[in-house]
Ligand binder design. Structure first.
Ligand code: NAD
Ligand code: TYD
Length: 352
C-alpha cells in the first residue's frame, strides 16, 4: 500500500471523529491530518484516545480560509482528501441558511480549488472524497428507495447546500479531471453524536427527565445506520471505490420516528432501572419542522455488490451500545451541553 498523507476535514465532529480514529488505527503508515474549525459541533475530546498517536495531526483551520488550506497542504504534503466538514443540522439551516452556503458550498469549492492547484498535472495519483447525505434526493412517499440514479430534489437549506457541494465536486471531475468520489449516506447514530439530533437529544432529555419533542405526527421515517459502519464504508470506498462514482450507503433499517422513540424509551427505562413506561410519559408532540421530508430510505445494493459492504451491527445492538456510551460518558455530555447549548435549546424549542 502506497504511503498517503490524508487530510480529513471535520474530523472533530461526530462522523469525522470515527473516520479519523479508524484511519489512524488501521493505517499506521499513513499520516492523518484532521482539519477542523472547531465550531459548536467540533470537539477534540472526541479524539482524546488517539491524539498522541505518531501518525495523527490536528490543524485548527476554517475551510473558508483558502490561504490556510494551502499552507496545510504544503506543510503536510497532502495526497488525498476525505471531506466531511459541514454545517449538518437541518433545524439550524432553517434559522441560518447562509451559514450553510458559506461552509458547505463555498468551503467545499475552496477545498476543491486548493486540491486542483496543489495536485496539478498529477490528478490520477490523488483522490478528493466528498462525504454527503441522502437528503439531497428529497423525500420519498410510502414506497421506493433512493438509488444513485435518483434525481436531486433537496428540500431544506441544509440539503440544498449539500446538493450544491455534490454538484461542484462532480463539475470539478468533469471540467478539470480531478479524481473524485462521492458517497450519500442515511441518518447516522452512535457515540459522540452532538445532542441536537434526534437520538442523542432524546437520550439526554430522558436522563434529565425533560420532554421529548416529537415533530408533527411522529410518522416521519428515517433509515438509521451505526456510525462505525459508515466509517467502514468510507474506508472501503476510499481504497476500492471507482473513480468519479457515487455510492449510496444505508442501514436497510427504516424506522418511523415515534416507533424509534418508544424503543429508545424502553431501552433507557431498562438501563436506568425505571418502571416500564416512565420515559414514554415524556413524549410531547410539538409543532412540525417546516419542509419536513416524510421519508428517507437508501438502496445500498451498489456498494454491497461492488465492494461487499453491509452493516455489521444490528439496530438493537447499536442502540444499546449508544445508550451505554452516553450513560458512561457523562463528562463528555456535561461539557457539550453547558454554555452555548443551553441558549440554543431555549431558542429552538421554547417556540414550539
Ligand atoms: P457534525 O456537525 O457533527 O461535524 C461537522 C464538523 O465540521 C465539526 O467538527 C465542525 O467543527 C466542522 N466544521 C464545520 N464548519 C467548518 C468549517 N467552516 N471549517 C472547518 N471545519 C468545519 O457533522 P456530522 O454529523 O459528523 O457530519 C459529517 C459529514 O457527514 C457532513 O458533511 C454531513 O453532511 C455528512 N452526513 C451526515 C449524516 C448524519 O447522519 N450525521 C448522514 C450523512 C451524511
Ligand atoms: P435529525 O436527527 O435532525 O436528522 P434529519 O432531520 O437530518 O433526518 O431528525 C431525525 C428525525 O427526527 C426527523 O424526522 C426530525 C425528527 N426530530 C424530532 O421529531 N424532534 C427533534 O427534536 C429532532 C431534533 C428531530
Amino acid at each position: 500500500m502506497s504511503k498517503k498523507n490524508i487530510l480529513i476535514t471535520g474530523g472533530a465532529g461526530f462522523i469525522g471523529s470515527h473516520v479519523v480514529r479508524l484511519f489512524v488505527e488501521k493505517y499506521p503508515d499513513y499520516k492523518i491530518v484532521n482539519l477542523d474549525a472547531l465550531t459548536y459541533a467540533g470537539n477534540l475530546e472526541n479524539l482524546a484516545d488517539i491524539e498522541d498517536k505518531p501518525n495523527y495531526f490536528f490543524e485548527k483551520v476554517n475551510i473558508l480560509d483558502a490561504d490556510k488550506l494551502k499552507e496545510v497542504f504544503e506543510k503536510h504534503e497532502i495526497t488525498d482528501i476525505v471531506h466531511l466538514a459541514a454545517e449538518s443540522h437541518v433545524d439550524r439551516s432553517i434559522v441560518s441558511p447562509l451559514d450553510f452556503v458559506y461552509t458547505n458550498v463555498i468551503g467545499t469549492v475552496n477545498l476543491l480549488n486548493t486540491a486542483r492547484e496543489q495536485w496539478k498535472g498529477e490528478y490520477d495519483q490523488h483522490l478528493f472524497y466528498h462525504v454527503s447525505t441522502d437528503e439531497v434526493y428529497g423525500a420519498l412517499g410510502d414506497t421506493g428507495l433512493f438509488t444513485e440514479e435518483t434525481p436531486y430534489h433537496p428540500n431544506s437549506p441544509y440539503s440544498a447546500s449539500k446538493a450544491s457541494s455534490d454538484h461542484f465536486v462532480r463539475a470539478y471531475a468533469e471540467t478539470y479531471h480531478l479524481r473524485t468520489v462521492i458517497s450519500n449516506c442515511s441518518n447516522n447514530y452512535g457515540p459522540y453524536h452532538f445532542p441536537e439530533k434526534l437520538i442523542p437529544l432524546f437520550i439526554n432529555n430522558i436522563i434529565n427527565k425533560k420532554p421529548l419533542p416529537v415533530y408533527g405526527d411522529g410518522l416521519y421515517t428515517r433509515d438509521w445506520l451505526y456510525v462505525k459502519d459508515h466509517a467502514i464504508a468510507i474506508d472501503l470506498i476510499f481504497h476500492k471505490g471507482r473513480k468519479d462514482e457515487t455510492y449510496n450507503i444505508g442501514g436497510f433499517n427504516e424506522w418511523r420516528n415515534i416507533d424509534l422513540v418508544k424503543l429508545l424509551c424502553k431501552i433507557m427505562d431498562e438501563k436506568l432501572g425505571n418502571i416500564s413506561g416512565t420515559s414514554e410519559q415524556l413524549i410531547t408532540y410539538v409543532k412540525d419542522r417546516p419542509g419536513h421530508d416524510r421519508r428517507y430510505a437508501i438502496d445500498a445494493t451498489k456498494i454491497n455488490k461492488e465492494l461487499g459492504w453491509k452493516p455489521t451491527v444490528t439496530f438493537e445492538e447499536g442502540l444499546a451500545e449508544t445508550v451505554d456510551w452516553y450513560l458512561t460518558n457523562t463528562r463528555w455530555l456535561d461539557h457539550v451541553t453547558s454554555g452555548a447549548y443551553q441558549s440554543y435549546y431555549e431558542s429552538m424549542y421554547s417556540a414550539r
